[in-house]
Write a protein that binds this ligand. Sequence first.
Ligand code: CA
Ligand code: CA
Ligand code: CA
Length: 391
Amino acid sequence: MKALKHISISLLSALAAACSEEIPVVNLGIDDSYTIERMTKLPLQPALTGQSYCWRVNGEQVSTDRNYVFMAADEGTYHLSFEIIDPENPMRFDFDVRVVHEEVEYSPYIAKVYEYCPAPGQFVNVMPEYSDGDTYADMVRKAEESISGTNDVLVSLGGFGGYITFGFDHTVINIPGQKDFRIWGNAFNELGSTNGGSAEPGIVMVSLDTNCNGLPDDPWYELAGSEYHNPLTIHNYLITYHQPNPNREIVADRTGALTDLYYIPWTDSEGQSGYIAKNQFHSQDYFPKWLDSSTLTFSGTLLPPNAEDRSGGRGTNFFLASYPWGYADNKPNDEADLCSFDIAWAVDPAGTPIALPGIDFVRVYTGVNQYCGWIGETSTEITRAADLHIQ
Ligand SMILES: [Ca+2]
Ligand SMILES: [Ca+2]
Ligand SMILES: [Ca+2]
């Protein structure tokens, strides 16, 4: 009995010794192979550390960070390698990722609206419509009903800074050398013009769900459009709108088109101040009614004014010129290429281009702070967006 027990223990020890030669003591935390659907993220987080790192896909270096998120637009098998460069413990690990077609077909159009935060404006509380008792969540849902799929209902972002954040049912892959997604608005060219008439340019920002939690809480990057380096463009601009003062004197302009000139006051980071007036065409409240704060602050890149008063200063005929490229609600929808965006235009807050493999979230905000007489404040509108890589 005693001898038998001794033999068993020796056998176990021998087995354990044999196993330890084949299985590494510390697990790298990366599998030998993966299968994922196209246009989804595979977060790879090795458990081992070293001096520096190198990730390769099919032999081409793609990252030197410790963690890497793999994604691909095309189906097929991809050969990945991860290398730890270290004088003490260097290592290299090769593995395959099989990218397959999605089980449930993707939609190219907006699947979800995450945020709807318009600045005050003449179409706020109307597009989408606010009903008594609506909460912020109700307004986000209404915005989503307006612009998701092919619903094509205008959502207004109000004056400068007002924004909307949306996403798709998959990750939009940044295909090199190609535009990646398109946004529809309601810009149009004045008869006989090819460069605008009613262009209300909105800045477009993108974000990758780096922490893979499904929420837009990751770094944001501006897509640098044609005016990004224009010396008249103001970066890190900030504006604060104030609730109307109930004791203000109601003053109309001499045409009667503007019924309340000193309706919503604003102040900005340039030391300027002004008002969003109320006009006779839109008599509802212009400050978002689901908010109970007394002020509303937005920041971002301020584009130079694009409006020209062609009525000789009477404020009755404004021409809103379109910028060459890179803005939403800036070119007519039938100019598909100029309504489309390349993720490769992304820059970090210092203006340095950043290479994003793909994006999960898009944010659009009104990019000008401009008041145009009887047509009111300039506000970006959108109706739809699509991933150009899903046919
Ligand atoms: Ca691209
Ligand atoms: Ca996130
Ligand atoms: Ca518009």
